[in-house]
Design a binder for this molecule. Structure first.
Ligand SMILES: [Zn+2]
Ligand SMILES: [Zn+2]
Length: 231
């Protein structure tokens, strides 16, 4: 049985992964843009598929943390594609979000990353989206607002493939299936409802943005185990 539907390419960086989705017509979309190491892989993948930068029709952002949006400005300039994201993520992209409490550590880490890694240049969201919006990419992707990690954190649901790209709702590794660490969550009180929302959607496949292997049924099983552990 297929581990994921065809057309999903994992682009693995030093912190997590981003995804290149390619449909049968050769149209591509990026979900997140990564931190360090992703740009050359994105170029190489497209090249292997016989595609150029303009095959990318859109850049979809799950949220604006630096490990997801670090190469956003590069991706937009290189591909010419518009950026789609929840409007509350613009402050994260800009590095101006007012972190409070323990979450301030997240801002400190991002500030250090911007300086040391020379990523995170400003990039405007071109097309703000909201929960339930249907995006015309990869056979249709529905915006699923899953706030808590950040206020504008979103997943993308493909009804055609019954697959949820779940962003940073949880991380899925063999020895460690977990919610994001407390220092990375801006509104932890919203996380339980977002977990429930994903459970109610009941997708056959789940694909987060931090994982070991690309296996949508495995990540779905691990998500269920995580929820059982939490409740
Ligand atoms: Zn994050
Ligand atoms: Zn992340």
């Amino acid at each position: 049985m297929a581990r994921v539907p065809p057309g999903i390419h994992t682009i693995r960086g030093i912190m997590g992964v981003c995804h290149l989705l390619v449909d049968a017509q050769g149209d591509a979309v990026l979900i997140d843009t990564g931190l360090v190491g992703e740009p050359w892989q994105i170029r190489w993948r497209l090249h292997r598929l016989g595609l150029g930068p303009h095959a990318i029709k859109a850049i979809l952002l799950t949220h604006g943390h630096l490990d997801h949006a670090g190469n956003l400005a590069w991706a937009k300039t290189w591909s010419g594609a518009p950026i789609y994201a929840h409007p509350l993520e613009q402050a994260h992209i800009d590095g101006t979000y007012s972190y409070v409490g323990v979450n301030r550590w997240c801002g400190r880490l991002e500030n250090a990353g911007r300086i040391l890694l020379r990523v995170g240049a400003r990039a405007e969201i071109d097309i703000p989206f909201a929960d339930g919006d249907e995006l015309p990419f990869w056979g249709g992707l529905r915006v699923i607002h899953l706030p808590g990690h950040t206020l504008g954190h979103c997943g993308f649901y493909s009804a055609r493939h019954d697959l949820l790209f779940s962003g940073d709702l949880f991380a899925s590794y063999f020895f460690n299936v977990h919610l994001p660490p407390a220092i990375l969550n801006s509104a932890p009180e919203l996380i339980p409802a977002s977990l429930e929302k994903a459970r109610a959607l009941d997708p056959r496949f789940m694909v987060p943005q931090h994982y070991d292997v690309l296996d949508g049924t495995l990540h779905r099983r691990r998500f269920d185990r995580l929820l059982n552990r939490l409740t």
